[in-house]
Ligand binder design. Structure first.
Ligand code: FAD
Ligand code: FO1
Length: 449
């Protein structure tokens, strides 16, 4: 078994073998470097049975719009083609998993169901509902994290510095290269029904006023090209350019990582081979491995990841003490959404997100913190930040987003700072602080409403 057993969790065992194995793909929407897919194929080869992949397309998903769904669907069409070349079927089922999966498993006499790990509440609910309705072995594989979430730590970590040593100690065991997916020797029984992609698009109940992006091509092949471009042209200056929104110094991998169109483990393996500055490599791997896997730790061990009650005690206390502080500015969701605050820098960040689907990482901190400053309560700030982030960011609806917003507004994974109005001891960021770091006029210019 090429897949480390510590990456596997058994959701259910039914012991009625003999039928095909099915990988229910959801978070990790790729063929290569996918431990869930590799585990499923291993099972099928051992049992000498057919193996297939299924994706259940939900009509709506956490405020996703046409922008995110079209990026995802174009990536899935590439998965369908790639699997066909490996003699593996890809079944696109339209509807809620608990409604469409059980009859599919019954019809094909599936005896083992494999799926990928995702700590988001909606995904945990999906799995529970499916598990209650199927009579097959059911496995969950962490194919998103290099160190499986439940192995890295058995509890909610306080900050990056408490998780970092646990991750680094386990990298030698988990940061390994991947085997290739084999052409499957046991064909899926019966004729192959063709997936109806136009019906899939028509089934969506999404806001189509948020247009697709054209500056980033979706899919596994495009993701690999973006990674190569980053390694060749940008990684060497990453530690000095990544916090300047006027520099195009970051990887732009987050939409691909969010949809699982590239594996963070593949990125880390390629960065490990890269012969460049240690400072840049370490700075990038810190974000890609420690910060990114800290987000899953946060959401996995605390289902209140998008709630005020999920903030650390000290943060809830200090924000409560400053609830009655006078707010010099208070804006509505619509004013924020339209970028109509008094602050042209904040408006530019909002415009960048609405237009490109990807706000620069440095600006996301400032953007979220100002929403705390210009709303009547931290709860309302949290709600507005999550809704805007999930509606417009290509990489939204992701544990990184809930952790990033909770860090900005609720001090999650951060410490207490000098007390001030409204923020209390939550770390503050200011326009002048940005001005000291980069040329704000240069950033505002292309992002004027
Ligand atoms: P790079 O700098 O090239 O980083 C490479 C990868 O490392 C990223 O793709 C990401 O997977 C990981 N990474 C980098 N920074 C962080 C971080 N701070 N926390 C966790 N992982 C990180 N990230 C999302 O993926 N989706 C979101 O919805 C999201 N919302 C955010 C909201 C706020 C308020 C904040 C402060 C941060 C948010 N982030 C989010 C984290 C970070 O801003 C983005 O991951 C990053 O900007 C993505 O661009 P990149 O891939 O070019 O970054
Ligand atoms: N996962 C699914 O299994 N089915 C879907 O229909 C689906 C839609 C979707 C839309 C936008 C988006 O950002 C994610 C979506 N996902 C869907 C989940 C995605 O694959 C990831 O698992 C999570 O968003 C990352 O935690």
């Amino acid at each position: 078994m090429a897949v480390n057993p510590n990456r596997v969790r058994v959701i259910k065992q039914a012991h009625n073998g003999g039928g095909p194995v099915l990988y229910w793909m959801s978070r990790d929407q790729r063929i290569n470097d996918n431990w869930a897919l590799l585990f499923g194929q291993d099972l099928a080869l051992k049992e000498q049975v057919p193996f297939g992949v299924v994706f259940t397309l939900a009509p709506s998903f956490l405020d996703a719009t046409l922008r995110q769904y079209s990026f995802m669907l174009r990536g899935l069409r590439e998965v369908e083609q790639g699997l066909a070349e490996l003699n593996l079927p890809f079944f696109l089922l339209i509807g809620i998993p608990a409604q469409v999966l059980p009859p599919f498993l019954e019809k094909h006499q599936v005896s083992a169901l494999v799926t990928d790990f995702d700590p988001l509440r909606i995904k945990q609910e999906w799995k529970r509902a499916v598990s209650d309705r199927v009579d097959t072995d059911f496995y969950e594989i962490d194919a998103r994290n290099i160190v499986p979430c439940w192995v890295a730590s058995s509890k909610r970590e306080y900050a990056a510095y408490t998780l970092r040593p646990k991750i680094h100690r386990l990298l030698p065991e988990f940061l390994r290269d991947f085997p290739l997916v084999q052409p499957h020797p046991f064909p899926w029984p019966g004729e192959m029904t063709k997936n109806n992609w136009s019906k899939a698009e028509e089934s969506l109940v999404v806001d189509d006023s948020v247009p697709e992006v054209d500056w980033l091509l979706p899919g596994e092949k495009a993701a690999a090209r973006v990674l190569d471009h980053f390694l060749e042209n940008k990684l060497s200056a990453y530690d000095t350019t990544r916090n300047d929104p006027n520099e195009d110094g970051v990887s732009h991998l987050s939409p691909y990582l969010h949809f699982g169109q590239i594996s963070a483990q593949r990125v880390a393996l390629e960065v490990g081979k890269w012969k460049g500055s240690k400072e840049s490599r370490d700075a990038f791997l810190e974000e890609l491995i420690v910060r990114r896997e800290l987000s899953d730790n946060f959401c996995f061990y605390d289902s209140r990841y998008d709630r005020f009650s999920g903030f650390p005690e000290w943060a809830q206390k200090t924000l409560n003490e400053h609830r009655a502080d006078k707010r010099e500015y208070v804006y509505s969701f619509d004013q924020f959404e339209r970028g109509e605050t008094h602050d042209e820098l904040w408006n530019a960040a909002q415009t960048e997100m609405v237009r490109t689907g990807k706000m620069h990482g440095y600006m996301r901190m400032y953007w979220a913190k100002k929403i705390l400053e210009w709303t009547a309560s931290p709860e309302e700030a949290l709600e507005i930040a999550v809704k805007l982030n999930d509606k417009y960011e290509l990489d939204g609806r992701d544990t990184n987003g809930y952790a990033g917003i909770a860090w900005s507004i609720g001090g999650v994974h951060d410490r207490a700072w000098k007390e001030r109005p409204i923020f209390g001891k939550i770390r503050y960021m200011s326009y002048n602080g940005c001005k000291a770091k980069f040329n704000v006029k240069t950033y505002i210019q292309p992002n004027l409403p």
